[in-house]
Design a protein around this ligand. Structure first.
Ligand SMILES: Nc1ncnc2c1ncn2[C@@H]1O[C@H](COP(=O)(O)OP(=O)(O)OP(=O)(O)O)[C@@H](O)[C@H]1O
Length: 237
C-alpha cells in the first residue's frame, strides 16, 4: 500500500533520510518510533510531496509519487504536527472546504463529517469557529479532515499532542477499527513508546535510517532491551 525504496533526503550537508526502504501493507497499523531529529517529519514531508527526495522512490496504492503525483496523493491523508485549519471558519466549513478540494459530493461529505465528528465527540461543536475550540478539539478536527476523502494511507505526525487520555483512547479505537474493517494503512509517527506499543508493527528510525522493524516485542528484543522502551532509549539516546 505504501512503499519507499532507497529514499534519501538531505538538507545541505545534513542527511535527514538515508536510503530508507519500507513496505506497509493494507490493514496495518505501524508506528514510526524515533527520537527528536530522527527524520520522521522529513519522511512525511517527502511522502506528501512537500519536499522532493534527493534519491529513491515512493509508491502509494500502486501509484508512483514521481510519475503520478495526483493519483498517489489522492490516496494519502495526513495530520501534521502544526495545526493547519482556518481559525475563523466553523468546524463544518473547514471540513467542507477540504471535501470540496477532493471533489466529494456534498451529501457524502456531510454524512462522513457527521459520522466522524460523532466518533470523536465534537459533533455538538460543528458550527463553532475553530478559534473557539480547545487545542485537543482542534486536533480532532484535523483528524476528521485527514480521513474525509477515505484515503488508503493515513500519516499521523505526533497526532495525539494535546489530547487528554480519553480522547487519545477514542482516537486510537477509531483508527484501529478503520484499519481492521476498511484495510486502512496507518503510519503513526511518535516518540512516545507507550503509543508505539499499541501498534501492529514498530519501525524505529534513528538518524534517518531504519534501526529495527517488527512487532513491539520483537523490536524490544532486537534493540537488546528488556522492554521496547529500554531498548529504544539504549540505542537512540
Ligand atoms: N528545513 C530544514 N533545514 C535543515 N535541516 C532540517 C530541516 N528540517 C529538518 N532538518 C534536520 O533534519 C533532521 C531530521 O529532522 P525531522 O524534523 O525530520 O526529525 P523528526 O524525527 O520529525 O524530529 P521531531 O521528533 O523533533 O519532530 C534533523 O537533524 C533536523 O535538524
Amino acid at each position: 500500500m505504501l512503499r519507499t525504496t532507497d529514499l534519501t533526503k538531505r538538507y545541505g550537508a545534513r542527511t535527514a533520510l538515508q536510503s530508507l526502504s519500507l513496505h506497509l501493507p493494507a490493514g496495518q497499523f505501524a508506528a514510526l518510533l524515533g527520537p527528536n531529529g530522527a527524520g520522521k517529519s522529513t519522511l512525511f514531508q517527502v511522502l506528501t510531496g512537500l519536499f522532493a527526495a534527493d534519491a529513491g522512490e515512493v509508491e502509494v496504492a500502486g501509484h508512483s509519487l514521481r510519475r503520478s503525483a495526483a493519483a498517489a496523493l489522492r490516496n494519502i491523508g495526513v495530520v501534521f504536527q502544526q495545526v493547519a485549519l482556518d481559525l475563523d471558519l466553523s468546524i463544518r466549513r473547514n471540513l467542507l472546504f477540504h471535501a470540496d478540494l477532493h471533489g466529494l459530493p456534498r451529501r457524502l461529505a456531510l454524512e462522513r463529517i457527521a459520522v466522524a465528528c460523532a466518533r470523536l465527540n465534537i459533533d455538538a461543536d460543528l458550527e463553532r469557529k475553530v478559534r473557539e475550540l480547545s487545542g485537543g478539539n482542534r486536533r480532532k478536527v484535523e483528524l476528521v479532515r485527514a480521513g474525509l476523502h477515505a484515503p488508503a494511507v493515513l500519516l499521523m505526525d505526533e497526532a495525539t499532542v494535546g489530547l487528554d487520555p480519553k480522547s487519545r483512547q477514542d482516537l486510537l479505537a477509531a483508527l484501529v477499527s478503520d484499519v481492521r474493517e476498511r484495510g486502512l494503512c496507518v503510519l503513526w509517527a511518535t516518540h512516545r513508546v507507550e503509543e508505539a506499543e499499541q501498534a501492529d508493527r514498530v519501525l524505529v528510525l534513528h538518524q534517518g535510517r531504519l534501526l529495527a522493524d517488527g512487532t513491539p516485542a520483537q523490536v524490544g528484543q532486537e534493540l537488546g532491551g528488556r522492554t521496547l522502551e529500554a531498548g529504544f532509549i539504549a540505542r537512540t539516546a
